[in-house]
Each structure stands twice: as C-alpha cells, then as structure tokens.
Design a binder for this molecule. Sequence first.
Ligand code: KIV
Length: 273
Amino acid sequence: MSTQSPGNEKRVTTHVLHEMKSRGEKISMLTAYDYSMGRIIDAAGIDVILVGDSASNVMAGHETTLPITLDQMIYHASSVVRGVQRALVVVDLPFGSYQGNSKEALASTIRIMKESGAHAVKMEGGEEILESIRRILTAGVPVMGHLGLTPQSIYKFGTYAVRATEDAEAEKLVGDAKLLEQAGCFALVLEKIPSDLAHRVAKSIAIPVIGIGAGPHVDGQVLVVHDMLGINNEFKPRFLRKYADLHTTITEAVQQYVRDVKSVDFPNDREQY
Ligand code: KIV
C-alpha cells in the first residue's frame, strides 16, 4: 500500500516497486550513508535508497565490508532516514549480525527497524540464510535478497571477479532466486553476474530484480553513490558509469579556498559582521 509522505509526495513502498515491475517501469536505486546525501538524492527522485554496508569502504576506508558493525549501520541508517521523504530506505544487515542463527538475525533486524526508522533490510545469500529470512518476514519486516558477488563472502571467493560464469554456480543462483521469492523477499539485488543470466532470473521471478554489473535486462539498477558521482576516483569497474567528477570539483574548490585564506581574499567586506 502506498502512503503520503510529510511533503505530500507518494511514498515508494514495496508494493509500488512490484507495480513498477508489472508495468515495465525501471527502478532507480543508489546508496547513501548520511543525512545530506539522503536528502539530495531523495529530492532528486530516486526510488530506493540503500544504506549499504559499502559504508565500510567508502565512509570508513576499510578494504572490505566485513568490519562495519550493527551500531555503525544504525547510525548511518538513522541519519539517512531523517533526510528522506519519498524513497524506500533499505538497510544492509552487516556481516556477523545474521549468519549465526535466525534468532540473532531477527534481533539485529529489530534493532535496525526500531533505532533507524528504515523500511526494509537486505541480506546476502540464498538457501543457507532462508530460515533467517522467513523469521524476519514473520515479524513483518520486508527483506531484499542479494545474490551473485556478495562482498561479505569475499574471502570465500578470493576475488571481486564476475560470479556465476560456470554452469553449476549459475544454476544455484537461479535456484536461490526462486527460493528467495517463495520465502517472501520483496526484491533481489544481483551483483556482477553475466547479463544473460540476470535476464533469465528477472524473467523467471515476479519480484523486482535490481542489478549492479548485471546488464540492462533487469528491473532496475543500483550504484554506490560515491562511485557514480566520481568522489572515489580509483574504483573503475566496467559496469560503472560516472555522472560527475566530484573528486576534481572538490579538490579544485578546496585548493581555491586555501589560496583565498592565505591571501586574505576570504573573507571579504560582505562576508563579515
Ligand atoms: O553495500 C552496497 O553498497 C551494496 C550494493 C553494491 C548493492 O550492497
């Protein structure tokens, strides 16, 4: 069911996303980790905001997503939620907060929902985490799945290369996608898999499939906001399209500020009391 947001804009709900898939309207999704960015991308019309555990990389500078904690995810998520009026806000359950057992998974989810005000959670994995997904769903919390390159398993994979290029892994992925749909997930992220395989999955399940490095034949796209805005200028995978070069913009602005301060050009007569 869709509801009216305080700004009187129709809120994006899981139901709205299903309707979008049914009528072939693509879903736009980006990450955000703080109030200001959440506010900007929400007002710009993004459908779904993911408070991704990629915060571990782009906000905290860790090499992987593994170190980020549940408390840190709640901090990021509550900051984003305060800036959002329209988009659906989905929060990653961080590594170690749900893999132990379904009771722990539910307890982590309840903390996220109560303490951040977010609308849904995302979890990496298929059959092996089904019991936890079912338990979270019974508490009334929508769950987004995530298959393919699942960064929390990077030490099992040993590489960030494209996943499911071999038949066995591709068949398991298709089977897992169907299991996640049957369990009641409202949507599924497919990361860095062949375009044809992502197409096959998107056609075979009724829930929206959101791709990142999974080609165009899915129901929507997600990117890490720091990557697509060119803040992080070292990460250049083939799937990434840069919509801005904020690394250069920010560097030049800061260099100008430094020059202005040192030359006492700033503040001028109008910039003082
Ligand atoms: O954490 C994240 O940013 C993600 C996206 C890459 C889908 O999971």
